[in-house]
Write a protein that binds this ligand. Structure first.
Ligand code: GCB
Length: 621
C-alpha cells in the first residue's frame, strides 16, 4: 500500500490528471493557520456515492473575531486552543473561557450569515464543534469529507489536527483514520471567511461572502486500496465507445479494475499501471446519448479489489467545428441563463436538492437547455440535478475580476481550486464547458495566468470545451471582442450591459459586433435590475418594464451576431450583494433576477421564455 502517510502540498503535481495526495496528520505553522497555505487535499470523484456517516445537523458555534481560540495574546499558536474541546474541571489551576456545550448552534450545511441576524455581515473566524459516535472497521480508511467551507478552514478530530483547506467552493477530504476511535469522538472546525487580496476570489466580488460549513459534511469509509478518481466518457467520432481511466489509491501494478454498465450489457476490465491507473476503452452498443431532450443516465458499476462504486452517468460528446458547438455531433444553440448558488425563498448559500430543483426548474420553465453556474463551482447536488433534468452546464473557477495575477501563490490557489472542481465533477454529463475566469482585466500577467489554467484544465480533461467570460471594448457603436485571452479559449464568452451600465435599451438596435476570433461565441451576461412588483414606463429604471425592454432590444441584436451559439443572461434569481445598497429597491440584493428571491417572476422572464420556446433567438449553425 503506497502513499497514505504523505503530507502533500497540492502544488507538487507532476501531471494535473494525477490529482492525488494524502492528508494524514498535518502539522501547521501559525503562518499556515493565518491563511498562507494552500491545502493538501485528496479529491474524491463521486464522494456522495460512497458509504458515509452524515455529520450534518446542529454544531455548537463560537464567534471568534480575534481568533483568540487559536492565538495567544502575543499571537503565538496555542497548544491548548479551542480545538481541544476542553471541559473545565473543579480545581483546574486555569480558567476555561469557552464551553461548546453552552454555545449556540449553527446548522450544517448552511452559511452562518442567514442563521443569526448578528452574523449577517460577519467576516472572520468561527469555531464549530460536533460530537459523534463511530465504530471504525479494520483495514478501512475514514475520511472527513467537507462539501465546502468558505474560505479557510481547519479541522481537528479528538483534539488532533487533521487538515487545513483554502477555497470556499470545492470539496475536500481529510484522512482521520489515525485519530478516530471506537465510541465517542468529536470534531472541531475553525472556518474563516475573511477576505484577503491574495485569495481566489479576491477582496471584491458582487455576491455575499457567506461564511461557514456551507455544504454537507460526512465521514466516508473506503477499503485499504480504493478508487479515488475516475473518468469515463463517450469518445468523439463515429461509433459508440467509452474511454477513460480509473485510479486506485493504494493499488499495486497489475491489480484488476472492472467497469460494467448492466443496462447495455457492457463490461470492461483493465489492470493498474505504474501510475496506479487502469486505462479503459470499450464499445457500447445501443447507447442512448445524453442530451437535454433525453437526459438518459446509466448505472455504472466500478470495482477494484474490495472497493466498488455505483454511479449514475450520462454519456455524450461535445466539440466545436468552426463557429459551431456540436453536442453528440449535431450543432446546438445554448439557450441559457446564469445562476448563482443563492437559495430560493430563504436566501443564503444554496446546498440542497430542493434548492437545485427549484432553481433549475425555473430554468427549464424558461425553455433553457443550458445554465451558466456562476461564479464558482456549485454544489454536487446542482450538478446531479442538471444531469437528471437535462441542462447543459458551464462550470466556473472563481477567478473573478482583478486577482493578484502576478502573484505565483495566487496562481497556485486557482490551480488547486480548478483541480478540485474538475476532480470532483468530471463525470457529470451536464458539464460541457470549464470556465477559467470572469471579467478579468486585460494585462499580460492576467493572460499568462489564465492561459496556464486553461492548459491545466485541458490536460486534466480534453473532452470538454474551455471558455471564459471576457470584457468587450467599444468604439462608437461597435463592440470589439479582441481580448488576447480569446486565443486560449475554445468558446468565447462575453459580458455586456447595453441598456443598463451603458446607455439606453435602444442602443442595442444600432450596435455592431466585431469579433476577432472565428470561434463560437456565448453572450454570457446581459441584463438590468428590476424590483419585482415595481411598475412604470419602459424607460424608468428599476421597473419590471425597463428590464423587459432591455431584453426586447437585446434579442434582435444578439440574433445579428453570426457566430452566436449561446446566451446566459444575468441572472435567474435576485441574489444578495453588499454592493447594492439602494434603499427600497435593492436593499442589498442584486435585482437583475428574472425571478425575485421570493420566487416572483418578472416581466423579462416571459420575454425570454417566449423567445426560447418559439426559438426566435439563436442559431445552431
Ligand atoms: C457582471 C458580473 C456579475 C455582476 C453583474 C452585475 O458583469 O460578472 O458578477 O453581478 O455584472 O449585476 O453588475
Amino acid at each position: 500500500m503506497r502513499g497514505f502517510s504523505v503530507c502533500w502540498s497540492g502544488r507538487a503535481l507532476a501531471a494535473p490528471v494525477r490529482v492525488l495526495g494524502w492528508v494524514a496528520v498535518l502539522t501547521f505553522s501559525a503562518m499556515q493557520l493565518a491563511g498562507q497555505a494552500t491545502s493538501g487535499t485528496l479529491v474524491l470523484t463521486g464522494a456522495d456515492r460512497r458509504q458515509a456517516t452524515s455529520l450534518n445537523g446542529e454544531w455548537a458555534s463560537i464567534v471568534d473575531p480575534y481568533f483568540a481560540g487559536l492565538f495567544s495574546f502575543h499571537h503565538e499558536e496555542k497548544k491548548n486552543g479551542w480545538f481541544l474541546n476542553y471541559k473545565a474541571k473543579p480545581g483546574d489551576p486555569f480558567p476555561t473561557e469557552y464551553d461548546y456545550a453552552k454555545a449556540p448552534k449553527l446548522k450544517v450545511p448552511g452559511d452562518w450569515n442567514t442563521q443569526r441576524d448578528s452574523l449577517m455581515l460577519y467576516e472572520g473566524p468561527m469555531w464549530y464543534e460536533r460530537d459523534f459516535t463511530y465504530a471504525p472497521k479494520e483495514h478501512t480508511h475514514v475520511f472527513l469529507h467537507v462539501g465546502a467551507a468558505n474560505y479557510h478552514s481547519w479541522f481537528w478530530v479528538n483534539g488532533k489536527k487533521v487538515c487545513g483547506h483554502e477555497g470556499g467552493f470545492t470539496a475536500f477530504n481529510c484522512e482521520v483514520t489515525p485519530v478516530i476511535q471506537p465510541g465517542n469522538n468529536f470534531v472541531v472546525a475553525a472556518v474563516d471567511n475573511t477576505r484577503h487580496e491574495d485569495n481566489v476570489p479576491t477582496l471584491e466580488t458582487d455576491w455575499w461572502n457567506y461564511g461557514g460549513l456551507t455544504r454537507e459534511v460526512s465521514l466516508i469509509e473506503a477499503p485499504e486500496a480504493f478508487i479515488d478518481q475516475y473518468d469515463l466518457h463517450l469518445e468523439r467520432g463515429e461509433g459508440a465507445a467509452i474511454a477513460g481511466w480509473v485510479h486506485v489509491a493504494g493499488g499495486a501494478v497489475g491489480d484488476k479494475v472492472e467497469v460494467a454498465i448492466p443496462e447495455l450489457g457492457a463490461h470492461a476490465s483493465a489492470t493498474l499501471g505504474e501510475d496506479d491507473r487502469a486505462a479503459l476503452h470499450f464499445d457500447v452498443k445501443g447507447l442512448q446519448p445524453w442530451s437535454p431532450e433525453t437526459p438518459k443516465l446509466y448505472k455504472v458499476e466500478l470495482h477494484a479489489g474490495a472497493d466498488s462504486i455505483d454511479e449514475l452517468m450520462g454519456f455524450r460528446t461535445v466539440e466545436t467545428r468552426g463557429t459551431e458547438i456540436l453536442l453528440n455531433g449535431k450543432p446546438i444553440f445554448l439557450r441559457g441563463v446564469s445562476v448563482h448558488a443563492e437559495a430560493p425563498y430563504r436566501t443564503g448559500r444554496a446546498y440542497s436538492d430542493k434548492d437545485a430543483e427549484t432553481l433549475l426548474g425555473w430554468a427549464k420553465e424558461l425553455g433553457c437547455n443550458f445554465v451558466r453556474l456562476a461564479h464558482y463551482p456549485h454544489d454536487e447536488t446542482m450538478l446531479r440535478a442538471a444531469d437528471r433534468m437535462g441542462l447543459l452546464v458551464w462550470s466556473e473557477n472563481p477567478v473573478y475580476w482583478a486577482l493578484e495575477f502576478d502573484n505565483p501563490k495566487v496562481l497556485a490557489k486557482a490551480e488547486q481550486q480548478l483541480d478540485e472542481e474538475i476532480g470532483t465533477s468530471r463525470n457529470h454529463a451536464a458539464i460541457i464547458l470549464w470556465s477559467m475566469a470572469n471579467e478579468t482585466p486585460n494585462t499580460p500577467a492576467r493572460t499568462q495566468f489564465i492561459e496556464t489554467l486553461a492548459s491545466r484544465a485541458r490536460a486534466m480533461d480534453a473532452t470538454r470545451l474551455i471558455t471564459a467570460a471576457l470584457l468587450v471594448r467599444a468604439q462608437g457603436n461597435t463592440k470589439i471582442v479582441d481580448d488576447p485571452l480569446g486565443k486560449a479559449l475554445d468558446v468565447i464568452g462575453v459580458n455586456e450591459y447595453i441598456g443598463w451600465y451603458e446607455g439606453h435599451p435602444e442602443n442595442a438596435d444600432v450596435t455592431q459586433w466585431q469579433i476577432d476570433y472565428q470561434k463560437p461565441l456565448i453572450v454570457s451576461e446581459f441584463g438590468a435590475d428590476a424590483k419585482a412588483g415595481l411598475h412604470g414606463g419602459e424607460n424608468e429604471r428599476w421597473t419590471e418594464e425597463y428590464q423587459a425592454n432591455v431584453f426586447r432590444h437585446q434579442l434582435p441584436m444578439l440574433n445579428n451576431i453570426a457566430q452566436l451559439r449561446g446566451m446566459s443572461p444575468w441572472v435567474l434569481m435576485d441574489f444578495r450583494s453588499p454592493n447594492r445598497p439602494l434603499v427600497g429597491i435593492q436593499d442589498e440584493f442584486n435585482r437583475k433576477g428574472l425571478v425575485s428571491d421570493q420566487g416572483q417572476k418578472k416581466q423579462a422572464f416571459y420575454v425570454l421564455e417566449k423567445a426560447y420556446k418559439e426559438e426566435t433567438v439563436g442559431k445552431a449553425e
